[in-house]
Design a protein around this ligand. Structure first.
Ligand SMILES: [Zn+2]
Length: 363
């Protein structure tokens, strides 16, 4: 994610803090300082930092459970609205998805119980007094953890409760129908939230919009996964593509850009092997700062490892999403360039599948 700083690394997962989170901390500290001076500012910032530590531990609940099923998590980002663990993929098996989804809130249950034991007691009425400094730091943290559990178990995507609901449904009615039903329930819930927001807290309207979009996205994502089962990269790649020779100049790259409808070009060496990727924006940027005869390798993107033509399509798309690559060169057994995999191909395949669900790709 852009605008985030890596503050550490735990078991192979980078912990990122988004700049907006730091601004949020500064704002909390500043407003507490204005109303109650240094002591209150310190306590407010300490509370938020500890709260987000609980959020981070929640995310690591998901991360460590996913790791048990062989799913890695390259990074987790802290935003003012919470934590986002960037799991490589969601487990296909409903029982595993259920375990991964429940592991996060379970961490907050454990923290809440530990804090309440430490306190000796917590009145149920205190749970709604999270923002009341008179309650004491530990009681407020315990309340916040209980709130985190309740909020996350709302049965709508992107909350963990949505995944729990989907996984439980999938065990009975299969993954595809389960996703459709779960996302309908999520969208219905979003309407109720938005309606309540109209008469109460306007913040609910924002949460409702967020939930509605996430539910629709989840349904689409899962439909795509189903459509791509059994397909290889070779089925989806563009094969009639122009490439740019590694020895070409900026001027030649411009000519190729104009002569083709492509926006992404593999850069290939004398043996036809991809050594980099040139994107339209790279060429335009280079035009502003470089000479006509500058070699393309000076401003092409660092070579992304090519994907094998026979590799499963879903795996390749997951890798593309994790690495943020715009396009990936497809290579044959000798490492030679065979084609290009871009999001446009994938969108076209989806359109074909929607028009003719029984259409068979592959040749
Ligand atoms: Zn979670």
């Amino acid at each position: 994610m852009l605008w985030s700083l890596v503050i550490g690394r735990v078991a192979g997962t980078a912990i990122r803090v988004h700049v907006t989170f730091l601004l949020f901390l500064a704002w909390i500290g500043f407003s507490a300082f204005r109303s109650g001076g240094r002591a209150e500012a310190l306590e407010s910032v300490l509370f938020i930092v500890l709260l987000f530590l609980c959020v981070l531990l929640h995310e690591f609940g998901h991360i460590f459970m996913a790791r048990r099923y062989g799913i890695q998590t390259p990074d987790v980002t802290l935003l003012p609205i919470g934590g986002v663990a960037n799991l490589e993929r969601i487990p296909e098996k409903p029982s595993q998805e259920l375990a991964v989804a429940v592991a996060g809130p379970a961490v907050n249950v454990v923290i809440a119980i530990a804090l309440i034991l430490l306190l000796g007691s917590l009145a149920p009425a205190d749970i709604s007094r999270i923002d009341d400094p008179g309650l004491g730091l530990i009681a407020r943290l315990a309340s916040a953890n209980i709130f985190l559990v309740l909020f996350n178990m709302i049965p709508a995507f992107p909350m963990d409760g949505g995944r729990v609901l989907r996984a439980v449904l999938a065990m009975r009615i299969g993954p595809q129908r389960a996703t459709r039903v779960a996302s309908r329930i999520g969208q219905g819930l979003a309407f109720v939230l938005g309606f309540l927001g109209l008469f109460g807290n306007p913040l609910l309207i924002f949460i409702a919009i967020f939930v509605y979009i996430a539910a629709a996205g989840e349904a689409q994502d899962s439909e795509m996964r189903h459509a791509f089962v059994g397909l290889t990269v070779a089925d989806a790649m563009e094969t009639r593509i122009a490439s740019v020779p590694a020895a070409a100049s900026l001027e030649q790259a411009v000519d190729i850009l104009l002569a083709t409808p492509q926006h992404e070009f593999p850069v290939v060496d004398a043996f036809g092997k991809p050594v980099g990727l040139l994107v339209r924006e790279d060429i335009i940027t280079a035009l502003r700062t470089r000479e006509r005869d500058s070699p393309v390798l000076d401003f092409a993107r660092a070579p992304v490892a090519g994907v094998r033509a026979g590799a499963p399509l879903q795996q390749a798309l997951d890798d593309m999403r994790t690495s943020g690559a715009i396009a990936v060169s497809v290579i044959g057994d000798e490492g030679q360039l065979l084609g290009l995999l871009t999001p446009q191909n994938v969108a076209e395949m989806m359109m074909i599948k929607q028009a003719r669900p029984d259409w068979r790709f592959g040749r």
